[in-house]
Design a protein around this ligand. Structure first.
Ligand code: S3P
Length: 422
């Protein structure tokens, strides 16, 4: 993808459905009895991977544009898959489905693409084994084989803040004997906890703990998915770093477990406002961002789990901010779709920014003029989008190698960039 400097970035947009919420709506709908209709289902390739895996388990799913209808017949109706379940690039698909499959009395084999087969899944295998499932991984990575069956409830302290692992344990817990409690070291996205009650299941929440009772029966329901909060971050940053710009995003997910990037951008001097329109089951509203003179900041490590996917967008903003921007306590970035710390350092440096890698984060010394260059996505959608946004405000033209991977989370990204700069 070739990106020329943009004169400005303007427009009012609504975004495709949030990826995290779409995965959960599909999985809970497939576990439930009765029909579930998901409106504004994410257009991300990752969320199509979840639907494909669920179909592989015999679940009836029809899709019409952004609406997904799931013919839920309960977990008992899930059938042993005839083939390996391929989560492709999607960590959420493989980890969350592993939890649901741990309680099913058959064998499933889950795998993914080259990137996913390099990522850790032992973190999900450990608690599922403790609940009674037999789970094999390939030196801690996919492919993973799950022989599910009768599970015992568990109280589990998550060693890392991971909403995917938390969700996997809760989905297994719903099928277990007794209660299952997950305690996290720091708050991670809580979409599963917020969505389960709509499916008729009680979740007890107490600080960093979430508890479910085993033997739960889910009832199908309708889910309206708000606009994707992580996609929004890239557009917000584009509006902040370009002159004469303003972007308004309506109907966006404003969960505090996902919008810490807004607070950080504000602390950097960014003119960003979020307005709530609704709060139940998830906070939803609009975000307005306009051209700003940014300065660096140090991100509070306690916030990292609630902005983990937005670090690439923040690093792009930091390249245009005066002074130093530091994020640490984010070693999880090393095991995302790529090593995001290394990929960001490489890409932003190629554009002329001064970036230092930390073992668990990065330091960007911003404010130097960026110039177009050739940069690599490393097959990682969020790296492609972060470098593309930086390229919009860089002098000259940039070639982003492997930019097609944006379809993993935001297929319309480049079309939207075109609309906003014209
Ligand atoms: C997600 C959780 C996060 C995040 C990922 C989506 C989710 O991963 O990075 O993009 O939907 O639960 P971890 O659970 O590995 O932290």
């Amino acid at each position: 993808m070739r990106i020329e400097r943009a004169p400005f970035f303007r427009g009012r947009f609504t975004l495709p459905g949030d990826k995290s919420i779409s995965h959960r709506a599909a999985i809970l709908g497939a576990m439930a009895e009765g029909k579930t209709l998901v409106r504004n289902y994410s257009s991300a390739a990752d969320c199509a991977s979840t639907l494909a895996c669920l179909r592989g388990l015999g679940v009836g799913i029809t899709r019409q544009e952004s609406a997904v209808a799931i013919d839920g017949r309960g977990l008992e109706a899930w059938r042993p898959p005839a083939a390996v379940l391929d989560a492709e690039n999607s960590g959420s698909t493989i980890r969350m489905l592993a939890g649901a499959l741990a309680g099913r009395p058959f064998r499933s084999v889950l795998t993914g693409d080259d990137s996913l087969r390099r990522r850790p899944v032992e973190r999900v295998a450990v608690p599922l084994r403790a609940m009674g499932a037999t789970v094999l991984t390939t030196e801690g990575r996919p492919p993973m084989t799950i022989d599910g069956g009768r599970l015992r409830g568990l109280t589990y302290d998550l060693p890392v803040a991971s909403a995917q692992v938390k969700t996997a344990v809760l989905l297994a817990g719903l099928q277990a004997e007794g209660r299952t409690t997950v305690r996290e070291p720091a708050p991670s996205r809580d979409h599963t906890e917020r969505m389960l009650p709509a499916f008729g299941v009680r979740v007890e929440r107490d600080g960093l703990c979430a508890t479910v009772e085993g033997g739960a029966r889910l009832r199908g329901t309708d889910v309206a998915v708000p606009g994707d909060a992580s996609s929004a971050a890239f557009l917000v940053v584009a509006a902040l770093v370009l002159p004469d710009s303003e972007v308004r995003l309506d109907g966006v997910l404003l969960s505090p477990t996902r919008t810490a990037f807004v607070d950080v951008l504000r602390a950097m001097g960014g003119r960003v406002e979020a307005r709530l329109d609704a709060t139940d089951p998830e906070p939803v509203g609009s975000i307005v961002a306009s051209s700003s003179s940014l300065h660096g900041t140090t991100v509070d490590p306690a916030l990292v789990p609630s902005l983990i996917d937005e670090v690439p967008a923040l690093a792009a903003a930091a390249a245009f901010a005066r002074g130093e921007f530091t994020v640490a306590g984010a070693s999880e970035l090393r095991v995302k779709e790529s090593d995001r710390i290394a990929a960001l350092a490489e890409g932003l440096a190629a554009l002329g920014a001064r970036v230092r890698e930390l073992p668990d984060g990065l330091v960007v010394e911003g404010g130097r003029p960026l110039r177009g260059s050739r940069v690599r996505s490393h097959g990682d959608h969020r790296i492609a989008m972060a470098l593309s946004v930086a390229a919009l405000a860089a002098e000259g033209a940039t070639e982003v190698e492997g930019a097609e991977c944006v379809a993993v989370s935001f297929p319309g990204f480049y079309a939207l960039l075109e609309r906003a700069r014209a």
